[in-house]
Design a protein around this ligand. Structure first.
Ligand SMILES: Nc1ncnc2c1ncn2[C@@H]1O[C@H](COP(=O)(O)OP(=O)(O)OP(=O)(O)O)[C@@H](O)[C@H]1O
Length: 261
């Protein structure tokens, strides 16, 4: 397995405030890195720098073996797709689902025009929506369905890295689990490489292969999923884990999870 993403000594400042402080991490191809940490620790900033939405002040980002420069090419933008907490961030309300999906397919020349319709249907099938959704508009769907459409749009361009920033947090509790299940299915079916941000350790437990922990702009731990949940290295990780309610049968979006420390 090769390295899909390498982040080397990344620093981001907002004015005098250091939001990311010398972050170095590595993400293996076809694996999911779960990123956790308290509010304000810099998780979204890290996601945005990797996606090319913010330029770093220092450091390097490599996708595969290619260094991503501050000004990215269209091809480089395509390779890293992001799913936001609020699906509306990536769905134009004036466009039908057909327009939303086909625009991305045509702009990035993923398929030829005669194949677009079928590819749109296939994408919807991947996120468990019916083909008749193509004629409808984002506001006609529930929040969970809109997040599925945002996932289909992100996948349409066949990214080599998918970044999901709290993708279930804004959804009704009743649909969080089904969207998380969808991510799990897609991860296996499509062999995805993902950076998955969540403050919910149940979600991280359900989806991640490795876990990275951020605190005050620094990366304080990177461990395998198993190690993080059973033998975390850093005191702060233990603190995060001990904050999860220890009642038996605690249900989170990740299913049943009872901390073992
Ligand atoms: N555009 C900005 N200008 C100034 N400060 C910012 C900006 N964006 C974020 N910050 C600050 O940088 C720090 C990191 O923010 P970031 O959103 O990356 O954290 P986070 O871990 O994703 O938090 P949350 O879980 O609440 O989204 C916070 O202190 C935040 O207030």
């Amino acid at each position: 397995m090769g390295s899909a993403l390498q982040v080397q000594n990344l620093t981001v400042r907002y004015g005098g405030f250091i939001a990311l402080n010398d972050i170095t991490l590595n993400l293996e191809e076809h694996t999911t890195l779960g990123l956790v940490g308290e509010s304000g620790s810099g998780k979204s900033t890290l996601a945005r720098v990797i996606a090319g939405l913010i330029a770093p002040d220092e450091g390097k980002i490599l996708l595969g073996s290619q260094e991503l420069l501050k000004k990215r090419s269209r091809e480089q933008h395509k390779k890293i797709q992001m799913i936001f907490q609020n699906p509306d961030a990536s769905l134009n309300p004036k466009h039908s689902i057909r327009q939303i999906l086909s625009e991305a397919l045509l702009f990035h020349k993923i398929v030829h025009r005669p194949e677009v319709e079928q590819r749109c249907k296939d994408l919807l099938a991947h996120v468990h929506l019916e083909a008749k959704a193509l004629d409808r508009f984002p506001h006609e769907f529930s929040g969970g369905q809109r997040q599925r459409i945002a996932i289909a749009r992100a996948l349409s361009v066949e990214p080599s890295l998918l970044i999901a920033d709290e993708p279930t947090s804004a959804l009704d509790v009743s649909v969080q689990l089904s969207v998380l299940e969808l991510f799990k299915t897609l991860k296996t079916e499509l062999n995805l490489t993902m950076l998955f941000i969540s403050h919910d350790l149940g979600v991280i437990h359900a989806i991640s292969d490795t876990v990275a922990v951020m605190r005050q702009g620094k990366l304080v731990e990177k461990s395998s999923m198993d190690q993080f949940f059973t033998r975390p290295e850093h005191d702060y990780s233990r603190e995060l884990l001990s904050a999860v309610p220890k009642m038996p049968n605690t249900i989170t979006a990740g299913g049943y999870y009872e901390p073992r420390i």
